[in-house]
Write a protein of this length. Structure first.
Length: 404
């Protein structure tokens, strides 16, 4: 009986001790409680990662903030190059050199491997804490747990990226005679590409362009306060003008990535704006004419978006390969079809040879440009010869409505 009483007493004591420890952990062990709570938040955020950029904005910023280090970086080492994302104050060149040389012990940096496969390896590199102390045992345990979660997430991200590239290659290789059967596949690929373009354009607008705006304003304010010498004035004005040039180039890149004007001013107006911008920089004359504008604009948004992309890629091809003096675009309605006609007086190429897969900045390739047309159940005609320029005609069935 006494033994049973002792067992019950010990059990009650241990249960009470565990209960009060858990209840008082927030007060007695605040750092441990904070780290445990942050793990749950971190696990939720890992599900939101869709790109390398997200790793910085969603994960790396939190790691640097929670561990109270001066800075951190995630270094990706591929076979031929190194890619790094960083946050806070960290010497990225030193971190990259550390990974390249395979150094694991460093007096001021902590390096932990995230994952490794046949194509790349990734490492998390952290500076010392802001208090100039090393990471404690609990913090290292927390960090190793985060890395185990991050490793799975990054591997999934890598496989998705690899699968997307492979699907793009397959979409470009589908024979033209099978276009109707695989139209759905091409449409999915182009929808994924448009979403990624839109995301990149939004990131540029919300981050880089805003940073340039505040940088220009800050430089202007400092100059107004200092009222320096004439030489300084000219130098500052030169810097401000250079910032304006960068900003203008970024705006054009955002427009090309995500042609938001399609919904505001229509396909014809958007093409006119694109060509107006290009006329200022290209070495050839550009002529554009549209016939049946109202009927064209009454078509669906998907067709207009693809037509705009084809115009972009033809224009980029002319800039990169044609050596033309004149380029002609025409957009018109023929019966129940929308017809895009392109012609240049450039060097042309042998029609039976393989067309370069990369066309200018869009990097979509001639084959994928054709895939856009085939995905909409259209057809194309390419006429070219070496020294005789190039003609390209795309014919697409016109669809009513304004579907996205």
């Amino acid at each position: 009986m006494a033994f049973l009483f002792i067992v019950i007493l010990l059990s009650a004591t241990l249960y009470s001790l565990e209960y009060f420890t858990n209840r008082m952990e927030k007060v007695v062990f605040p750092r441990r409680h904070f780290l445990q709570a942050s793990i749950k938040n971190m696990a939720k955020k890992l599900g939101l990662i869709h790109s390398i950029r997200d790793l910085k904005d969603i994960i790396l910023v939190d790691i640097v903030d929670i561990l109270q280090v001066s800075g951190g970086a995630i270094v990706f080492r591929y076979h031929n190059f190194i890619e790094t994302i960083s946050d806070g104050e960290i010497d990225t060149e030193e971190a990259e050199a550390m990974i390249s040389e395979g150094i694991t012990d460093h007096p001021s940096l902590t390096c932990l491997e995230i994952n490794r496969n046949e194509e790349y390896s990734s490492h998390l590199v952290l500076t010392a804490k802001k208090t100039n102390t090393l990471l404690g045992t609990e913090e290292m345990q927390w960090l190793n747990l985060v890395i185990s979660y991050l490793s799975v997430s990054m591997e999934n991200l890598f496989l998705i990226r690899k699968l997307t590239v492979r699907m793009e290659q397959l979409a470009a290789q589908i024979p033209n005679e099978d276009a109707g059967e695989f139209a759905w596949f091409r449409k999915i690929m182009f929808e994924l590409q448009e979403k990624e373009r839109s995301r990149i354009a939004t990131d540029l607008h919300d981050t880089t362009m805003q940073d340039l705006f505040f940088l220009k304003r800050k430089i202007g304010m400092l100059f107004e306060q200092s009222r320096g010498a004439k030489d300084s004035s000219q130098e500052v004005n030169g810097i401000l003008e250079y910032i304006d040039v960068i900003n203008m180039n970024l705006r054009q890149s955002c427009f090309e990535l995500h042609p938001y004007l399609l919904q505001e001013i229509g396909l014809v107006g958007t093409i006119e704006k694109l060509l107006d911008l290009e006329r200022m920089v290209v070495p050839f004359a550009i002529d554009f004419r549209a016939f049946g504008r109202e009927i064209i604009e009454a078509g669906d948004m998907e067709t207009k978006r693809h037509l705009f992309r084809v115009v972009q890629e033809l224009l980029n091809n002319a800039k990169k390969h044609s050596n033309a003096t004149k380029v002609i675009f025409q957009l018109k309605i023929v019966h129940s079809n929308i017809v895009l006609f392109y012609e240049d007086d450039g060097v042309g190429f042998e029609a039976d040879r393989t067309v370069p897969r990369e066309i200018g900045g869009s990097r979509m390739g001639m084959e994928q440009m054709k895939s856009r047309i085939l995905s909409l159940n259209g057809y194309f005609e390419l006429v070219t010869a070496k020294g005789k320029g190039m003609r390209f005609t795309a014919t697409l069935p016109r669809k009513e409505g304004m579907t996205a």
